[in-house]
Design a protein around this ligand. Structure first.
Ligand code: GTP
Ligand code: MG
Length: 189
């Protein structure tokens, strides 16, 4: 019953920026767990009554195109195996790259819901340009500026539709605080 949302995509498309935004919504009660391997990050998030774990994938190996592509492929495979929903992030400023095509081919075979999210759509001109990504053939194609947060609500609404309800009421999972204040001794007569 665990809700896992994995963010995959080639380097520099903004995966970590979006990840930080997703877990930053509730930063005070976020519990970051170290990844199973060094190149994966896990964080907790919450939307529309649903708690979920967000996975930020890495896979960047400098100075070796082959190893680098293999590492991304590996990350995508792990994400497809363990995630309930996959967010495939791409970058409008570069357009569709060969590596995007390769990731797309891997994800098309997945039975899990995949959302193609075109990032860095910071303005109207980029929104216009972002339409080229429809050609990758993903029914669920959405637009985002991870920098400003524009589009993130729509993406979360769509993603949350594929997640299961909490088993426990939300209140039970929140930490309880008591605000205790010491009298200001110095100001007493
Ligand atoms: N203009 C713009 N820049 C963005 C946006 N999102 C991310 N960036 C920038 O893109 C660069 C890469 O962002 P990251 O979040 O590190 O990308 P990544 O996909 O995690 O990269 P790797 O960890 O190397 O795979 C940074 O300079 C970000 O500030 C956005 O919505 N708009
Ligand atoms: Mg990153």
């Amino acid at each position: 019953m665990s809700n896992i949302v994995a963010i995959v995509g080639r380097p520099n498309v903004g995966k970590s920026t979006f990840f930080n935004r997703l877990i930053g919504e509730r930063q005070s009660i976020v519990d970051n767990i170290s990844g199973v391997t060094r190149d994966r990050q896990y964080g907790a998030s919450y939307w529309n009554g649903k708690n979920f774990t967000v996975v930020d994938t890495g896979g960047f190996v400098p100075h070796s195109d082959d190893v680098f592509e293999a590492a991304i492929r590996e990350q995508v495979k792990i994400a497809v195996d363990e995630a309930s929903v996959i967010i495939f992030l791409v970058d409008v400023t570069t357009g569709i790259t060969d590596l995007d095509e390769e990731v797309a081919n891997l994800l098309r075979r997945s039975k899990k819901p995949v959302f193609l999210v075109v990032n860095k759509v910071d303005n109207g001109q980029r929104l216009f340009e972002a339409n080229e990504f429809w050609s990758l053939g993903f029914e669920n194609t959405l637009f985002l500026s991870a920098l400003t947060g524009s589009g993130s609500g729509e993406i979360l609404d769509a993603v949350a539709d594929h997640l299961s309800e909490d088993e426990q009421p939300k209140e039970d999972s929140l930490p309880r605080f008591a605000i205790v204040r010491r009298p200001n001794v110095a100001s007493l007569p």
